[in-house]
Design a protein around this ligand. Structure first.
Ligand SMILES: Cc1ncc(COP(=O)(O)O)c(C=O)c1O
Length: 486
């Protein structure tokens, strides 16, 4: 065995145990960019022979690196490097860490970085999902809140029901019918954003030893919510029709999977919408293996051409799907209002958990959303959003078509463009060169195994049109400049 592993030098006299020496040296190579995300580690036995240590030493080193989030084992295919060099480690003097049960180091580090980029107001934000200034409904929502408080001044003195502000709850039941969803009152609850729904589901359904299947690449924050309860994540890639079902069946046959988490319409980050046929086949498989489905649908109403198929939940005859919709992308994320549809017994239990962690939910934003909806403002607003975002999608396509070194999967809806670097430039390198002027999300940040490093995700809804244009031009300029060097 040759290559990078030759660089690991061990000293049996050193006070650091051998497994720690291996772990630290691999970690250093990852941060220095010498070991790329997606690199496969040699088999334990092979590496043990090569380094002349016991196999147990390698097992311990691997465990240590897993805990730090440097590597991840993929059942059946090996162990892979998963972190890029951007991660910063926080050193504190406290001894609290030894009491922690949840290793937050194993969380996907992309979210922290995206939030950090968002705090730089000088920078053009193409990493962060946010609402475009020309259609931002902030003023409308604040008018609705004022109006609601004027009409119902007692609102701020009343307790907030855990299942949601009653008028909004009732209104939602009607509104969801437009998407062919017909929950009863007891089958729906308001949540503080989709993320809270996912967190509640994780707490109710998952524990150590449970498995969850997710899309790869995908929304890693959801996977983090599931692993927080001790679950293990299995990943399935997508083709143009959505999650690959032959791989899914293989996993369902071999693992006791609790649920499949899916974002089947305008998937984050690829923009792919699961085909009708795939949807039908998925439901057949889920029924065959008695597995639940969590359908996350934050952008299904943001289509730029043909309206997509109704949610999977609309075809749920067995009561095996939990459906989550959020207002974050329709109005704005800071509102923290979403809706969760599930069988009654699930809602009752999720409500109990929500009472413990979100004792008095923010009824004011729910009341504002209710007024916005009941005054009939949402439909014309969504029409404006679709139109505005279509202009932006076209801008992304036009700007990126100027370079031969990048291609873009043009989305038919949603808020992200999934772009591919064609000639070997890594997207983390692109990000390094684009910052601090422009931010974007490297593809490997959207992957549970550090793959897709030649892809990047552009959120085209956040900046002004003028900034978007400048940001896109800057990205194309960097890509072409780097391409000339190769
Ligand atoms: C697929 C997906 N689910 C959930 C969320 C989070 O939604 P919320 O702001 O409602 O918590 C996002 C945010 O980008 C997302 O892309």
């Amino acid at each position: 065995m040759t290559g990078i592993w030759q660089d690991i030098k061990l000293d049996s006299e050193h006070k650091l145990p051998l497994y720690k020496q291996i772990s630290e040296q691999v970690e250093k190579m990852v941060y220095q960019g010498k070991l790329k995300p997606g690199t496969r580690l040699p088999a334990e036995r092979k590496l043990a022979d090569y380094l002349q240590v016991s196999r147990m030493t390698i097992t311990l080193a691997n465990e240590d690196m897993k805990t730090k989030g440097i590597i991840r084992s993929q059942q059946g295919s090996g162990t892979f490097i998963m972190r890029g060099p951007r991660r910063e480690r926080v050193h504190t003097k406290t001894k609290w860490q030894s009491n922690f049960v949840y290793e937050t180091d194993t969380m996907n580090h992309g979210l922290e970085a995206i939030i950090k980029f968002g705090q730089n107001s000088e920078s053009i934000q193409l990493a962060r999902a946010g609402t475009a200034p020309e259609i931002h409904p902030g003023i409308g929502i604040s008018e609705c809140l004022a109006e609601c408080l004027r009409k119902h001044p007692k609102l701020i003195q009343l307790p907030s029901p855990t299942q949601g502000y009653e008028p909004l709850h009732s209104y939602m039941l009607e509104w969801l019918k437009e998407s062919e969803l017909y929950p009863k009152k007891s089958e729906m609850m308001i949540v503080s954003g989709a993320m809270q729904g996912l967190d509640l589901i994780s707490r109710l359904f998952l524990g150590p030893g449970d498995y969850v299947i997710v899309e790869e690449p995908g929304f890693q924050v959801a996977s983090d919510a599931f692993t927080a309860s001790g679950a293990q994540i299995l990943r399935i890639t997508l083709d143009k029709e959505g999650m690959k079902l032959d791989n899914l069946e293989q996993l369902l046959r071999n693992f006791p999977v609790k649920f499949i988490y899916l974002n089947p319409t305008f998937h984050n980050p690829t923009g792919i919408t699961m085909s009708q046929k795939r949807r039908q086949d998925l439901l057949v498989l889920a029924k065959k293996y008695h597995v639940l489905i969590i359908e996350d649908d934050p952008t299904g109403l943001l289509y730029y051409g043909k309206k997509p198929a109704p949610p999977l939940k609309a075809r749920d005859e067995e009561g095996m799907i939990i459906y989550i919709r959020s207002f974050s992308k329709y109005l704005f994320p800071e509102l923290r209002v979403g809706v969760l549809v599930a069988p009654e017994g699930v809602i009752t239990n999720l409500t109990k958990i929500k009472q413990r962690i979100d004792l008095h939910s923010n009824v004011l934003t729910q009341a504002a959303v209710y007024t916005f909806l009941s005054e009939g403002r949402l439909t014309p607003h969504l029409q404006r959003v679709r139109k505005a975002y279509k202009v932006r999608v076209d801008m992304v396509q036009e700007a990126l078509s100027k370079s031969k070194a990048v291609s873009v999967q043009v989305p038919e809806g949603g808020i992200f463009a999934w772009c591919k670097l064609e000639h070997g430039l890594s997207s983390e390198r692109l990000l390094d060169l684009a910052l601090p002027d422009v931010s974007l999300v490297p593809g490997n940040w959207m992957s549970g195994t550090g793959m897709y490093e030649n892809y990047f995700r552009l959120a085209f809804t956040n900046p002004s049109l003028e900034q978007l244009k400048r940001g896109l031009n800057k990205i194309v300029e960097i890509i072409d400049r780097e391409d000339m060097k190769t």
